[in-house]
Structures are given as C-alpha cells and as structure tokens.
Design a protein around this ligand. Structure first.
Ligand code: NAD
Length: 504
C-alpha cells in the first residue's frame, strides 16, 4: 500500500507537506496541500458517485463494507505499522484501534437496513384513512474531518456510518496522520474500485475549511473544541449541518465500596494509554475520602512501573503533536503553583517528545490542570465525601464527553452514572462504551453535539422522510374547502372525548 497520494493534477502540486514519525522525526510521506478548487472538484466527483452508491441498495453496500472490513483485518499488520510510525503509539495499541474500527464497520454494515429502511407507524385516529411510514434517506456527500490521536478508529466511526447510510465521503485526515488516512482511502478503493465513494483531501486546517465551505451535505468533525467553532462558522455560510466530536476532561469517580485494584487499574489505563491523547481519557479522578490514601498508593505503585518510549516494551509512545507538550507543561506548572503536589513525576517528567506519567494531588478545582483538556499522561486525584460530591465536581466542567464510576453497589453506581453530565459513562471499567458498536458516541457542552456509532450514528447521516398514502376516503375530510361546520363539530367532540379529560 502506498503512503503518498495522487492529486487531481500532479502539475498543480505546488504546495506539499511531510508527515513525520514523532519519535524519530523521520519522514513518512509527502502529501499535497489541496486548495479550494481541488477540494470542490473532489466533492463534485463524490456527488456523482453518490448516485451510484445510494442506488446500489442495502445488500450490495453491505457486501462491499464487509469486504472492506475483511481487507482491514487481513492487512492489519501493515496498517498497524503505519499507525505506529505516524502517531508513535505502541504497535499493540495500533492493532487494538483497528480491531475496534472493524467491529464498527461490521455493525454498521449489518444494521443499516434495519435502522434506516422504511417502517410503518400508526396514523392515529385523526388520520385513520392514511397508511404512514418513515424512512431514512442518504444526505448525499459527507465531509469527514479527523484528528490524529486515533487515526483509524475515530474517522472510521463517522466514515462507515455515513457510507452504510448510503452517502459518499470526502475525508480530510489530520495533517499529522495523512499516511494512515491515505491508506484507509486506498484500501476502500481496492474493494470498491467502480466509483470514488471514499476520497481523500490532504492539507492543513485551511483545506479542512474548504471542505466545510464546499457543497457537502454534512460535516462530521472530530477534533478540538476551538477548531469545532471555526468549522461551525464555515458550515453556517451554507447552512451545512455538522456533528461535532470535540475534546473532554473526563472524570473517574471511585466510591468507598469499590474494588480498588480494578479502579486503580482502570484509572491508569484510562489516563496513560496512548500517552493520555484520548478524547475520552481519564483526566480527573475523584475518590471517596475513606479509601483515598489506599487508592492513591495503589495508583502510584502501578503508574511508577510504566514508561514511555519507542521500543517494543514501552507502555506508551511519544506525544504525537509537539505543541501539546507545552500545554501539559503549563498544566503541571499551574497545578504546582496553586498548591498541588506531584505524587509521581512532575515537570521533570517532560523529556520531549516523551512525557513520563504524572499524578497530581491536592490541586484546586480552579487550576487549569482541572478545568482544561490536558491531553497528556497526567491525572489529578482529589478526595471527595462520597459519589454524590464526586458527581457534583465532575459536572462542574464545561466539557461533557465520557466518564467512569467505580462502585460495588449497583444502584448507587447506576444513579451516579445517570447523574454525570456526559454522553457516555462506564461503570466498573473505563471507556468500554466505545467498543460497543450499538451505543451512540458523543458529548454535550464543549465536547460537542450529535452522535456517531449505533442506530443514532446511522440516523445522523440520513434525513428522515415521512410518507402518508391515503388508503380510503376519510370519514370527515378536514383538509378540503368542501368541509362543513357539521364536520368540524363532529371532529371537535371526538377530540374533546379523547383529549379533554382533566389531569390533576
Ligand atoms: P484539531 O482541532 O487541531 O484538528 C482536527 C482536524 O481539524 C484536523 O484535520 C485539522 O487539520 C482540521 N482543522 C483545523 N483547523 C480547521 C479549520 N479552520 N477548518 C476545518 N478544519 C480544520 O484537533 P487534533 O489536535 O487533531 O485532535 C485532538 C482533539 O480532538 C482533542 O481535543 C481531542 O479530545 C479531540 N478528539 C475528540 C474525539 C471525540 O470523539 N469526541 C475523538 C478524538 C479526538
């Protein structure tokens, strides 16, 4: 599989950029920075392809998506090496994200028909003479703008649900992971060579803004909250709808009755895997006062055994985006300046491009180590009276993406999970909902809006179409100028009988 991409016009390749391995700075590939006209041309081709793809029908699309799924699994070795090289994450983590993407492709392919195809609804007494149905039709062309942290799992979570719903897709991967993006698009073209159903546009943010301003029918954006606001402004120009999957500051809350080993294990993975560069990663930990010290000890013991690196034994890799290290450094410094203390690591953990694990305690809730997305291998640990106080502090964030509760008491765990202001919560594990394809994925507040994954994800890339078919003459024709006062009286007395009952 090639790691460079072909442009619409090779002669017009005036501007390019290189993708680099974040651990070694070795170049991985050179990619074109596409301009507005080129993006518009690609979107126009996607529109032509959309006619063919939507007309294929559920079964034929399912077959092709299943073929893509199978291709990804058969070539998981090559793709995971590329993900490892371009993001720096350990090979096994790269394999894991591809496996999860495959699970979503499988689900979307198998369930699109059931969720989106026409189904009957009851017409109700006023429209008894009508047969009513609703179906979900494709939007046309969907623009997917992706981040670099999970360059397979994250964009596929939009791409495959959009494709399964009958749309074609123009995909703009992050400028940090264009090779992985190119690989995904080329692999799809291997199994669907007929038309450009999934196409690539590469470049920096400006190329993404051209896509948002183009004639696409929807933008599926995944990235930072700050960029989402710009994309939304660009989409507003044409009233193009968007789904925004943005950042988070997820909390993990540990109840006094929790299994502390399981909670510590989950917290460490949630906070440190992928060097903490996970939108649904654990950034804040709230622990019931009674077990706070025991939990902190268990956490510190586990964290101290982990180290970043580029070798096969490393637990996590380098920071993929060099500028993120400045944010991490600033958050650690702010936490310490506000009276926090580093239980493991500290400012000395920063050895660019690596950041060693950091546990911060006694950090005031006002520090930006608590309020802002750090996106690094750090965590704050704070004692709370109980689950309820943990939930209250967790909810004080402007973000609302995911979260976890560790509690033995089922009812209390569920109650806390429901009370968390977030789109997703896992009880007694971390980030498990991302691996359940039937569950919608997305957040609220500064974490964005709309949902990918599951039936909601399929509907996100469709438009509802309602149809009524008159199957007999109405008893009283209300929508005709031949309607009489007597007809109106009849219907009003029926409505009073049905709906006029007094409620206390
Ligand atoms: P980013 O916002 O810097 O970039 C995301 C994408 O937007 C890139 O492809 C970029 O080129 C493009 N872009 C930049 N400016 C643009 C503009 N003006 N118009 C259109 N496109 C533009 O984010 P990132 O650094 O790539 O990713 C990290 C962020 O993504 C974190 O905040 C993380 O939490 C978030 N994220 C969220 C989810 C989720 O599902 N909620 C998943 C993964 C990552």
């Amino acid at each position: 599989m090639v790691t460079t991409v072909r442009t619409p016009s090779q002669s017009g390749l005036a501007r390019t950029f290189d993708s680099l391995n974040p651990a070694t700075s070795e170049p991985i590939g050179t990619f074109p920075i596409l301009g507005e006209d080129e993006v518009n041309d690609i979107v126009a081709r996607a529109r032509e392809a959309a006619t063919w793809w939507s007309a294929l029908g559920w079964k034929e699309r399912q077959l092709r998506l299943m073929a893509w799924k199978s291709y990804l699994i058969r070539y998981i070795g090559r793709l995971s090496e590329l993900v490892h090289a371009e993001t720096g994450k350990p090979l096994a983590d790269a394999q894991l994200e591809i496996l999860l993407a495959v699970v979503h492709i499988d689900w979307a392919a198998k369930n699109a028909r059931k969720v989106l195809s026409p189904h009957k609804v009851r017409s109700g007494i006023v429209a008894l003479n009508q047969a009513s149905s609703v179906e979900y039709q494709p939007l046309g062309v969907v623009g997917v703008i992706g981040p670099w942290n999970y360059p397979v799992f994250t964009p596929v979570g939009s791409i495959v649900y959009a494709l399964a719903a009958g749309n074609t897709v123009v995909f703009k991967p992050s400028e940090f992971t264009p090779a992985v993006g190119g690989w995904l698009v080329s692999s799809f073209a291997e199994v669907v060579p007929d038309y450009p159903v999934l196409q690539l546009v590469t470049g920096y943010g400006e190329t993404g803004s051209f896509l948002a301003r183009s004639a696409v029918d929807k933008i599926a954006f995944t990235g930072s909250t700050a960029t989402a606001k710009k994309v939304m402004a660009a989409c507003a120009e044409n009233l193009t709808p968007m789904v925004a999957e943005c950042g988070g500051k997820d909390a993990l809350i540990v109840s006094a009755d929790a299994n502390l080993d399981a909670a510590a294990d989950g917290a460490v993975w949630g906070a440190l895997s992928n060097a903490g560069q996970t939108c649904i990663g654990v950034e804040r930990i709230y622990v019931a006062q009674d077990i706070y010290h025991t939990f902190l000890e268990k956490l510190a013991e586990r964290v101290s055994a982990l180290r970043p690196g580029d070798d096969r034994e490393a637990d996590y890799g380098p920071m993929t985006m060099p500028s993120q290290v400045d944010v991490i450094e600033q958050h650690i410094a702010d936490a310490m300046a506000c009276g926090g203390r580093a239980v493991v690591g500290g400012l000395g953990s920063i050895r660019r491009p690596y950041v060693g694990p950091v546990i911060l305690a006694d950090v005031p809730e006002t520090s930006n180590a608590v309020t802002d997305e750090t996106f690094g291998p750090t965590m704050t640990v704070t004692p709370v009276a109980d689950l309820a106080e943990g939930v209250r502090l967790a909810n004080a964030s402007r973000y609302g993406l995911g979260g976890s509760i560790f509690a033995k008491n089922k009812k209390a765990g569920l109650q806390a999970a429901r009370a968390l202001h977030s789109g997703m919560t896992s009880i007694n594990s971390v980030i498990s909902y991302a691996s359940v394809p039937a569950l919608p994925f997305g957040g609220s507040g500064a974490s964005g809006f709309g949902r990918i994954h599951g039936a909601d994800g399929l509907r996100e890339f469709s438009k509802a179409k309602s149809i009524t078919r008159q199957r007999m003459k109405p008893m009283v024709n209300l929508t005709s100028f031949s309607r009489t006062d007597k007809d109106m009286k009849k219907i009003l007395s029926l409505a009073t009988m049905m709906h006029g009952k007094r409620y206390k």
